[in-house]
Ligand binder design. Sequence first.
Ligand code: C2E
Ligand code: MG
Ligand code: MG
Length: 392
Amino acid sequence: MPQLISPEQIKNALLKQEFKLYYQPKVSMITGKLCGAEALIRWETVNGGVIPPDQFIPIAEESDLICDISQYVFRQLIIDYSLIGAVNSDIKVSFNASGKDFHNDKLTQLIINAVKTKLIDPSSFEIEVTETVLVDEEHAKVCLKQLADIGVAIAMDDFGTGHSGLVELTKWPFSILKIDRSFVMSINKSNKDRQILQASIRMAHQLNMDVVAEGIEDKETYRVLQEYGCKTAQGFWISKPLALTQFVCFVQKFNDLSAMPIGLIYMAQLDHIQWKKNIIDTALFLHNCGEHRSLDNIRKSPQLDHTKCKLGQWYYNEGVSFKHISVYAELEQGHKELHQIGSDLLDLTQQKCSMEVLSKTIQQLTEKSMNVLYNLQLLENYLHMEQYQSDH
Ligand code: C2E
Ligand code: MG
Ligand code: MG
């Protein structure tokens, strides 16, 4: 049984600066490169021992000491980042904050001031919060919104352990969903958990949230999550949390992991099917309704710009990693033409075209859509082949 730690001892340790930040690397499942690290606090005692956070964070959470810890952590993060960012500027560091940090404005103001005075770039770090923010919901929402507005990404940590569903989370300015390690680890044991995880990743994608999976302890789990469309991986399989100097060595020596974002192609296929259904539904609605309706007056009107629909967003961002493959360029042409047909279709229906013209244009749209899906499938096949070759 570990000895119970008193708030006095925590206060003393803060004064003596015995708390250190360890960094656990995160890897992009799209590029296979290091893309981030989570700062995790450790208490390095004078006698050389290291006390893990679960032995003192819950005690600090019972008082306002947790706020002192968070402010200490953020200040230390800025110092450490000057070294980490110099070694690899693609690495974003995240740190954990408690719900109590947002009962008042102290931490929020500290962060805003650090950004304003250019001590740290808001795009270089992220804040991880858990459901403890729900306690003083209104104030926490205001603080987190202020931080999101200045460009700081906020992650919902430990997703899958608490009570909030994704719908509740949409009311918050979260742009990242971190799936708890217990949930990640359960996919090897339970089919049902696998399905819930896959559906959660899909839902997060639809809500424009990036998914980070923590607790990845083996290659198989990494693969499964990559196939489900998860974008970032963290876990002992990549590395345990490391002291700053060890972490910097790790970054310098890191060999990229496999970059096979098959799951994102699958997402692009689903996104495309949804877009196609939406445009056909909208066309039929416009054709059937008596008076003239402008697109602005239609709920959920389809995105007509081929660079802005969800497939387009994938194509011009993560999809760029396929630019060396010829089918990638073919996909762009087909997709552009598809959007042109979609746009024509809506024009025609607004002009109350004949049923014959309507069905002919829908037919053209369907054929072009099949072509887009076919090219996406070719990309997926290409990745499967690469994966096979890298395994043999
Ligand atoms: P967390 O924020 O969910 O951090 C992830 C935890 O999962 C870390 O534990 C990490 O070491 C562990 N982990 C990551 N990958 C694996 C894996 O593959 N296998 C296993 N078995 N574990 C893995 P750690 O460092 O002990 O931290 C535990 C919790 O303590 C954190 O959970 C966080 O809630 C809290 N914590 C840590 N540092 C801070 C801090 O600076 N401030 C606050 N408020 N809380 C902190
Ligand atoms: Mg965390
Ligand atoms: Mg977590």
